[in-house]
Design a protein around this ligand. Structure first.
Ligand SMILES: N[C@@H](CCC(=O)N[C@@H](CS)C(=O)NCC(=O)O)C(=O)O
Length: 234
């Protein structure tokens, strides 16, 4: 069996990747104990979807964290969600959309569009691009992200509104987690990898935000992050 190669955006701030979808896939692969080698790409453009993460395995190139997880489940026959009922899978699917299609964009906003955070983001996300090129690339990339946020719709809101949306999502995740060790109960499942990928990237990044503060105010989320780190990234 050939090696599984995972392409990710760079590490920083004590995280193996500062891309939530990249960290999600790393957490998932560790959860299902599938060995991989991660390769840091300076830009997302080489991948089949023009985004990171993507994988190479047995001559195939697969982009998108969701399709990567589906492939790994099929190819290796390891499904951390196997014990979940149909109803539990539906709840996990809804939380995945909340995290990836909504809360994620509030993180993007805080990293890229809040002026005080922009130098930190630029250094970490574009840090592998040689300095002279980075000077040219950075404003173009920032304009692109502004367009993405407007296209999504969240970028049309005021700063306070975007933060209110993010804080509400954090409250929903914390309320649902409650005192359980993992989101769906006693054992980790794929939604824990999704949550870890994004929440660790908000809570542990040196990027100021009311959404980060909202995580700090819900100790069960911090405990969940530490539990995931100890279990899969020790
Ligand atoms: N739906 C994709 C989203 C991946 C994604 O947005 N990746 C970001 C980095 S975390 C990226 O490559 N952004 C570059 C761009 O949008 O141009 C997935 O689940 O993998």
């Amino acid at each position: 069996m050939s090696e599984l190669v995972l392409h990710v955006i760079p590490p920083a701030w004590g995280l193996p990747s500062i891309g939530p979808f990249c960290l999600k896939v790393e957490a998932h692969l560790r959860m299902v104990e599938v060995p991989y080698r991660s390769v840091v790409d300076a830009t997302p453009f080489k991948g089949p979807k023009g985004k990171l993460p993507w994988i190479e395995h047995e001559g195939q190139r697969i982009g998108d964290s969701g399709f990567i997880v589906d492939y790994v489940t099929r190819r290796f026959g390891r499904d951390p969600d196997a014990a979940l009922s149909a109803g539990e899978r539906a709840v996990a699917a809804a939380f995945r959309r909340l995290l990836e299609e909504n809360l994620y964009w509030t993180m993007v906003y805080d990293r890229w569009l809040v002026d005080a955070n922009w130098p930190i983001t630029k250094e970490a996300v574009l840090g592998l691009i040689p300095a002279p090129a980075r000077l040219l690339v950075a404003p173009v990339a920032r304009r692109g992200v502004r367009r993405q946020l407007a296209g999504h719709g969240i970028g049309l809101h005021s700063r306070d509104e975007i933060h209110a949306i993010g804080c509400r999502d954090i409250g929903a995740i914390a309320d649902f987690l409650g005192e359980k060790p993992f989101l769906m109960g006693d054992a980790p499942t794929s939604i824990d990898a999704v949550a870890y990928g994004l929440l660790a990237n908000i809570a542990w990044a040196p990027v100021a935000s009311p959404v980060k503060d909202a995580i700090a105010q819900r100790p069960n989320l911090g405990t969940h992050l530490e539990r995931m780190r100890a279990r899969f990234f020790a």
